[in-house]
Design a protein around this ligand. Sequence first.
Ligand SMILES: [Zn+2]
Length: 92
Amino acid sequence: MKSNSETLIQSNTDTDNISCSTLKKLLNSYIDKELDEITHLFVTRHLEKCENCSKYYNQLKLVVDAAIALRRESIPDDVALRLEDCLNKLKN
Ligand SMILES: [Zn+2]
């Protein structure tokens, strides 16, 4: 589940101020720490400035953290599927 963060950033002329929709595309990778240093910084900065995205991030992070914690304890498939479902809904 790697997002193409470089392309997303480069297609945006104002790299210091990424759009909310771009940010949302990057958030999953951000939480998974898959972004390169610069992109990670853009996201951090945006989250500091943008209340909406910050709320969205906190919501998403809760679900992702729960998923990671549960994954460590090897959860039953149906629970994993429900979590995945939840994640997909948040992404859209
Ligand atoms: Zn935003």
